[in-house]
Design a protein around this ligand. Structure first.
Ligand code: M6R
Length: 606
């Protein structure tokens, strides 16, 4: 949450900061701001809403200064308005912050007692006054060290100083932060994506570290101020992946890209000639693993749930799953023979990272399934399985969900065969089917027209339900999440068999209910559950797969048929109409599809 950029250069920086903020908008978009230092004066311009609003502010045009910081906000403390927008400045310093200062109330009281006057409702402003206070008697570096020591919580910071015409301080605890190297200019950014258009050479700050960035030099320090050496990483330059092309929205592009992203991922993991799965450098002997725990948030959690069904079906491993924000505070029994798998598109989700950190502290086996391979979660886990789907910009996760499921399915097959839980012929058949998956997804993507038609019913509804059993249940949850986050309609995902234990009471005349009933072993049961909701007046959209057998059921409002494949892979195909349903419903409402309200792509606060 919240995006940070900082540039120190030999030339004016304001327009480069604005351009980077546009890239960072996926991290937060309720307000934006910029501060530059020019002739010993800090100038600040801030606006409510999008970076476009900031850019339109006339004051930006006249902003000079070759050192500056910028911010896009996702509000935590204080409503999203111009006063609470970052940067926050005193006469001496200006600060941008991502994260939460947990002891801000105590610090604020201490600073008010010392005569400091606060302008905003944010927790960030305490940092401004704290460092201003230290600077009265200490050097810049000492002031930074003392100030960081007083802060509790998580943060990434960018700070400029009135008396330092060529210097930015970056500091990290919990929230990610990267430094980029240019020619006679250097950068600070909340992630490499913000920096990619300016450089492909970057370093990451580790937890507790801070850095001093000048236009021709960068130094890193630990929390005590002792210098640390950093590796400079080279990023690939795949700029075209960050463009919408002919699509109206990134979400539409990312949905359509799925056959290609799946194909790319299969190419990385599947030896199509020998029909085998390659997972190179797996660091443990498979015999050492007797159980698995999968952890994630939101959509990533849904792929964990999906994997649980596959692990149980195809291996003898014990499997538990958990939502990261729950796992991190529970009294867990950490086991050496358990593999802890962390699933995250961004690789920066604060709760998932904290859960990983906890596992690392207990010295257990950790593996991550991520999209961003330079991310904190990838860097700090023992083993990484990338999903290879390219940058996902739309806040609503689509291609990453399919990518996560794919990699987890591949892992299940590999562990199943290595542990001898899976019969060799079955393994070979599953790989054969897997190779066909991208083509089937491509064909399923063509079920366009009917979804467009039914979407208005969801747009106008008070609420809706998504039901599924077995392998379809995680997909029902994911379908409901997509509708909630994009269409702002209450949507509940439920195991179809559980309806009679309470939620049936919610069904009223005309309520749209999506029933996922592919022709798998649960089919007859799900169809019976569907009848129960139809009998109570629900308008059922049945999503099933193509079959020669007729659907024996009456009063179904609409039916969508996806392609057919083996039962394990049907969840991939069932997901497609649900992604499109949310997309078209949001489009009808005229909502901002790539940046839904109250959300951000990378959730780096608790
Ligand atoms: O980057 P992550 O996969 O860790 O993000 C986890 C969730 O915040 C994310 O999946 C969220 O639920 C999506 N916006 C859903 O579309």
């Amino acid at each position: 949450m919240c995006g940070i950029i900082g540039i120190t250069s030999y030339r004016p920086v304001s327009s480069a900061i604005i351009n980077s903020l546009k890239k960072l908008e996926y991290r937060g978009y309720d307000s934006a701001g910029i501060a530059t230092l020019s002739d010993g004066v800090i100038n600040e311009v801030k606006s409510e809403g999008r970076v476009d609003n900031l850019e339109k502010n006339l004051a930006i045009k006249n902003m000079s200064g070759s050192v500056g910081i910028g911010h896009v906000r996702w509000a935590t403390h204080g409503i999203p308005n111009t006063i609470n927008a970052h940067p926050h400045s005193s006469d001496n310093v200006s600060i941008v912050h991502n994260g939460i200062i947990e002891n801000s109330t105590i610090l604020k009281k201490y600073l008010i007692d010392k005569g400091h006057v606060f302008k905003s409702q944010t927790d960030t402003e305490v940092i401004v006054h704290l460092i201003t206070e230290h600077l009265k008697k200490d050097s810049l570096k000492e002031s930074v060290i003392k100030m960081l020591k007083q802060l509790h919580g998580s943060f990434a910071l960018g700070i400029i100083f009135k008396d330092e015409p060529d210097l930015i301080i970056g500091a990290r605890r919990g929230s990610p932060l990267a430094v980029g190297y240019g020619s006679n200019e250097n950068y600070l950014g909340s992630d490499s994506y913000a920096l990619k258009s300016m450089t492909n050479k970057i370093s990451y700050l580790n937890d507790g570290e801070f850095c001093i960035i000048k236009k021709d030099q960068v130094e890193f320090f630990d929390e005590k101020g002792i210098k640390v050496n950093k590796k400079v990483l080279e990023l690939s330059t795949d700029e075209q992946n960050y463009e919408k092309g002919d699509f109206k929205h990134f979400m539409a592009k990312e949905i359509e890209e799925q056959p290609t992203t799946l194909k790319n991922c299969i190419k990385e993991y599947v030896d199509t000639i020998n029909n085998d799965i390659n997972i190179h450098n797996f660091p443990w002997n498979i015999k050492e693993i007797s159980s698995v725990t999968l952890i994630g948030c939101g959509t990533a959690y849904h792929s964990c749930l999906m994997a649980k069904y596959w692990f149980e079906e195809l291996t003898e491993l014990d499997v538990t799953i958990d939502i990261a924000s729950e796992f991190r505070y529970r009294k867990n029994r950490f086991k050496k023979d358990n593999l802890y798998i962390f699933v995250s598109q961004s690789g920066e989700t604060a709760d998932t990272y904290a859960a990983l950190d906890l596992c690392n502290k207990h010295n257990v086996k950790t593996c991550s399934v991520v999209n961003v391979i330079e991310s904190s979660i990838a860097r700090d886990s023992n083993f990484v399985l990338p999903i290879h789907c390219g940058p996902e910009i739309g806040v609503a996760s689509t291609k990453a969900f399919l990518g996560q499921m794919l990699v987890l399915y591949i892992l299940v097959l590999k562990m199943g065969i290595l542990k001898k839980d899976l019969d060799k012929d079955l393994y070979l058949n599953k790989i054969k089917d897997l190779k066909e998956l991208p083509k089937l997804v491509e064909e399923t993507l063509l079920t366009e027209n009917k979804i467009q038609t039914v979407s208005s019913t969801f747009t106008d509804a008070k609420g809706s339900m998504f039901l599924g059993r077995g392998f379809s249940y995680p997909i029902a949850l994911e379908g409901a999440l997509k509708l909630k986050e994009l269409v702002y309609v209450h949507a509940e995902g439920y195991p179809a068999g559980e309806m009679k234990h309470g939620p049936l009471a919610l069904i009223e005349d005309g309520m749209p209910v999506v029933v996922l009933a592919p022709r798998d072993k649960y089919y007859p049961k799900t169809i019976s559950n569907m009848q129960e909701v139809i009998a109570r007046g629900a308008k059922v959209l049945l999503i099933t797969n193509k079959s020669k057998d007729e659907i024996v059921s009456e009063n179904i409002w609409e039916t969508i048929e996806v392609e057919s494949t083996n039962d394990d892979l049907l969840p991939f195909l069932l997901t497609i109409p649900l992604q499109k349903l949310a997309y078209y419903s949001a489009l009808k409402k005229g909502y901002d599809i790539d940046k839904p309200r109250n959300l951000a792509k990378s959730v780096t606060v608790e």
